[in-house]
Ligand binder design. Structure first.
Ligand SMILES: Nc1nc2c(ncn2[C@@H]2O[C@H](COP(=O)(O)OP(=O)(O)OP(=O)(O)O)[C@@H](O)[C@H]2O)c(=O)[nH]1
Ligand SMILES: [Mg+2]
Length: 694
């Protein structure tokens, strides 16, 4: 057997019939997805004019589904190299010591038999975003304003200023015009990517004359996001791979961008460098990891090729990473995979013969530890690929992708399809009437009356849910405020103790992570309450819809299986990860301390200052997550009622059809619907079983 790395990659991410292919979760998912798709097409054929648009909507949702994997992590840990290797495309995105990634880049990979770059879209920052970063009113601007000399914030202010000057100088008059633009290309190459997504090392240095738009990094500092569209034989279903800038404590420019990118991420790969894996200096990254949902995170410790003795060092690094995570309230039990994107790249390029000597020695050392029993001499590239950790990472990603995204998506669509098919079956009962031994349907309903009745249901359920969620949100705000007050209180107590014991000469500092932990648990309480409230509201709505259908269509309505949707999970409280002034313990704090010393009512001033510094953060945290989650939940409720109304229309249509169609035609239709329903229920069961699986 000749080994082609690309194919091996294809087998792991998207098995195409090779060894162990059937066990791959993504492969099973793709098969189930195909089955649901053909059932939906059958449903569309059976549906009358009234029900067809609803089926088309489900088909559209199937077509739009694109699970995403977000790669984040330490600066220069090899995120981009890893993203390329995951895509099976070693030199796709630019990686190097310089340039470095400065924007969130989404690779939209669509299955295809041949690799191809089919388009690129770049969003440039909007005026407001730029302003928010730079202006005095902006968060960073504000932080920088308060910064005293020699503080980290001074560095940020300098960075912001340099960036603005550089962009303005370089782009000249075009600068204002460019803001907010979207640039689209039918093709892309490395030069184009470098112009938009990489900042070079000439970052603060003088640069080329205005008009030279071909240079690396030309638009990078005003680009907000990049989307690249590709065909890849390595994927079984459309997938989005998202590369993000490194999380770096002193380079806050991109913090908001990265936080925004992980806000809704359910599959996060956190990349660390083996030689300095997660120390307590990685505060920005630790904050982000701690704010994400623990089960959504997979850790990849990269660059083990740079270790002198990986076999011995890997277990030590793992212990140290888990310890650091535990200390920072992070996911200490998360899956940790060790590997080397460098080795993966070599394997993909078929260039494993000329590894640098140190890397080769590390490989041999790691092979002894990682390969349980020497296999029957695998091909070198195959062995390197295996040792690179990529197959294990693929598996973990696929598992997580199917469990967190794929399976709930199929379950939702299949359940909606069962309801629609049940509506069709009921319509056929209406047509057949007593002919198949069922009671005759109730007296013909008045369509205008049904529409009005649904209108009334919709508004009463919507206002009930909105009111209950508003109450939960108010309780959340209250808990948030109390957490804030409790934090201030404890911090002040601790300050007083410090003053008693050490006087005001010794510097004391205040760690805001206690506040974050309190807020995170407040958020968890809110999320589970809101989900429970929504669950009850959904159930009540489904019951009322069933009642309304029964009142209008009699026993025929009993044929319908109304789906009871689950409340979607609340997004992780990633806003907690943003840097607040208290995160900076150096310059500004020392100087505040110096200035404040000797003042009376020291602790009072302290409490006021901390309260001021955290007020906006607290207000925002108290209101924003409930607002966005409530909108999500209200949309699900609306869907239940639309679906009910849809079915009423289908039933009314069935009654109309009864006059035109013979009984045998209706019975044939009924048999086809029965078969389809059985298939759809089978799909629902499979999705449900998976949901219950660990
Ligand atoms: N030795 C070794 N080098 C690696 C590995 N992965 C990446 N590199 C190198 O490290 C440098 C940085 O890699 P990138 O992939 O650009 O790292 P990054 O994390 O995306 O960097 P930023 O986006 O700037 O934070 C490049 O020169 C890569 O070739 C690895 O596993 N081992
Ligand atoms: Mg990068």
């Amino acid at each position: 057997m000749t080994f082609v790395p690309q194919d091996l990659h294809a087998e792991t991410l998207a098995p195409s019939g090779g060894l162990g292919a059937r066990s791959e979760p993504l492969e099973e998912f793709a098969a189930l997805q195909a089955r649901l798709l053909s059932a939906l097409h059958a449903l569309k054929r059976l549906a009358g004019e009234t029900a067809q648009p609803a089926v088309s909507r489900l088909l559209q949702e199937m077509a739009d589904f694109e699970p995403a994997v977000t790669v984040l992590g330490q600066v220069k840990s090899g995120k981009t190299t890893l993203v390329n290797a995951l895509a099976g495309w070693p030199d796709l995105l630019p990686t190097d010591v310089n340039p470095w990634t400065s924007v969130v880049t989404s690779l939209h990979l669509a299955p295809g038999s041949e690799q191809g770059k089919i388009g690129a879209r770049f969003h440039l920052m909007r005026e407001e975003e730029w302003d928010r970063l730079l202006s005095r009113g902006g968060r960073l601007g504000e932080l920088a304003q308060r910064a005293d000399a020699a503080s980290e914030l001074e560095v940020i202010r300098a960075q912001i200023g340099a960036m603005r000057d550089k962009s303005r100088r370089r782009l000249g008059k075009k600068f204002e015009l460019l803001l907010g633009q979207v640039h689209e290309y039918g093709q892309f190459d490395r030069d184009l990517l470098e112009r938009y997504i990489c900042l070079g090392d000439d970052f603060a240095a003088p640069e080329a004359a205005a008009g030279d738009t071909g240079k690396q990094g030309w638009f990078a500092d005003i680009t907000r996001s990049a989307e690249l569209f590709l065909r890849a034989p390595s994927v079984a279903v459309p997938i989005c791979l998202r590369d993000t800038p490194g999380v770096n404590d002193t380079f806050l420019m991109r913090e908001q961008v990265t936080i925004g990118a992980v806000r809704d991420a359910r599959v996060c790969v956190v990349v660390l460098s083996a030689h300095q894996a997660l120390s307590s200096t990685d505060l920005g990254l630790l904050r982000l990891i701690a704010a994400l949902n623990a089960r959504d995170i997979i850790l990849f410790v990269n660059r083990i090729d740079e270790l002198s003795d990986p076999a011995a060092q890997v277990p030590q690094i793992e212990a140290q990473v888990r310890q650091t995570l535990a200390r920072h309230d992070g996911p200490a039990g998360a899956e940790i995979i060790f590997g080397s994107a460098s080795w993966a790249t070599r394997a993909l390029q078929g260039a494993v013969g000329d590894l640098p000597p140190a890397s080769g020695a590390a490989l041999v050392n790691w092979a002894e530890a990682a390969l349980a029993e020497p296999e029957q001499t695998p091909e070198p590239a195959e062995m390197v690929w295996h040792l690179s950790g990529l197959p294990g990472l693929h598996r973990a990603i696929c598992r997580q992708m199917v469990a967190a995204l794929g399976q709930p998506h199929l379950l939702r669509i299949a359940s909606a399809a069962v309801t629609l098919a049940g509506g069709l079956r009921a319509a056929s009962v209406v047509q057949v009437g007593g002919g198949v031994g069922r009671p005759a349907p109730a007296a013909p309903a008045d369509p205008g009356g049904i529409t009005r009745a649904f209108g009334a249901l919709r508004s009463s359920h919507a206002s009930a849910l909105a009111a209950a969620l508003a109450e939960a949100a108010a309780a959340h705000q209250d808990r948030t405020r109390r957490a804030h007050a409790g934090f201030l209180d404890r911090a002040t107590q601790s300050l007083l103790r410090h003053l008693e014991q050490h006087g005001d000469k010794a510097l004391w500092s205040c760690d805001p992570n206690g506040l974050r932990i309190l807020l995170k648990s407040a958020h968890a309480v809110y999320a589970s309450r809101a989900a429970a409230i929504a669950g009850r509201a959904f159930k009540a709505a489904v019951e009322d819809v069933a009642g309304l259908l029964y009142d209008n269509f009699g026993d025929a309505a009993g044929e319908i299986e109304l789906a009871l949707p689950q409340a979607p999970e609340a997004p992780a409280p990633v806003a907690l990860a943003q840097t607040i002034i208290l995160d900076f313990n150096d310059g500004w704090w020392a100087s505040w301390w110096r200035r404040a010393r000797g003042y009376r009512a020291f602790s009072e001033r302290f409490a006021r200052m901390i309260a001021d510094e955290t007020a906006e953060f607290i207000t925002q945290f108290g209101s924003e997550p409930p607002r966005s989650y409530a909108a999500q939940l209200m949309a699900v409720l609306d869907e239940i009622l639309s679906q009910g109304q849809q079915i009423a229309a289908t039933l009314a249509e069935g009654r109309g059809m009864a006059e035109g169609k013979g009984i045998s035609g209706a019975q044939g239709q009924r048999q086809a619907i029965e078969a389809l329903l059985a298939d759809l229920r089978g799909i629902v069961r499979l999705c449900d079983a998976r949901e219950g699986a660990p």
